[in-house]
Design a protein around this ligand. Sequence first.
Ligand SMILES: NC(=O)C1=CN([C@@H]2O[C@H](COP(=O)(O)OP(=O)(O)OC[C@H]3O[C@@H](n4cnc5c(N)ncnc54)[C@H](O)[C@@H]3O)[C@@H](O)[C@H]2O)[C@@H](O)CC1
Ligand SMILES: [K+]
Length: 305
Amino acid sequence: MRLRRHTTQFVNNAYRKEITMDFEKVVSVKNMRESDARTIAERTPSAELMMRAAQGIFDKVKFAGKTCVVCGKGNNGGDGYALACILARHSMDCTIVRAVEGFSKDGLYYYQLAKSLGVNEISLYEAGNFEGYDIVVDCLLGTGFSGKVEGEIAQAITQINMTPAYVVSADINSGINGDTGYGELAVNSDITVSIGSLKTGLFLNDAPYYIDSLTNADIGIELLLDEYKLIDYDNLELFEGYNSEVYTTEEFMEKFNYSPETCNITEIVAEMSVKNKKTIVVKTEHSAVIADVKYVYFCADYIRN
Ligand SMILES: NC(=O)C1=CN([C@@H]2O[C@H](COP(=O)(O)OP(=O)(O)OC[C@H]3O[C@@H](n4cnc5c(N)ncnc54)[C@H](O)[C@@H]3O)[C@@H](O)[C@H]2O)[C@@H](O)CC1
Ligand SMILES: [K+]
């Protein structure tokens, strides 16, 4: 969706109320996952959603040359296997790497389909630093990730980060927490294609330093909750004036004694804003979360349509 450019009238509440309906949404992982689940239960089979996710990635990235898709054992890996099927059907050179043992139900379906379509498979060890590929697609972990990466996943992330290829992350850069944006070890992407709706973690903490550009693929999931809104980065300055408190992430963590590993900045700024009747802005060098009592907004200078 094309982002709207706003005039200074943006700060007028009545005008804002009228135009917010057009804002792209930003969501928590819980909302995304519960909305996915309801869409599957009521309307769209999960394998169909997975194929839409893969098609979304295919449409957002100019695939050419040799592609290697690196998959984990959940549905994020499943998106990767479905993408491999699309690439094979377009007669494009595609190799898959199963970085860990195991599949989700739909993941196994698309893995077997990809193999039947002649997609090549190599081990993580054989992949080395992914030299000789034009594009590497990171499908290790998505919204099901929590905690820290270790073992084969950590190894796969380290190897992907050595590649000279163009790196695409599916949904979320593997290793980044989808809510908090915290990630000590995560995939460095040239583009991240978020699936469904943009997650808050794509704007916070470490995420902006791992993501070069960010786009969203709408796959027809109706959200259960209308949570947060995306605004144009140019509009950030409109919130930084009178009656606002502006912090860098580091200042915010230090002042209120929060740990970046566990702190959900979004929830905290929303509560603080309501309690203190102030606009609160927490910024990284490339993005920000803003709570203005009524709404919570996100913006980033790395959003691409
Ligand atoms: N049907 C759906 O729900 C859809 C899901 N989609 C994709 O599926 C993803 C979510 O799939 P899943 O819920 O299967 O989760 P993920 O594929 O994100 O990962 C889950 C797997 O990672 C493991 N894991 C979690 N934390 C870990 C850690 N710290 N270290 C190592 N392994 C860890 C879990 O045990 C689980 O096996 C989304 O991000 C999106 O890419 C899309 O295909 C759209 C439809
Ligand atoms: K991923």
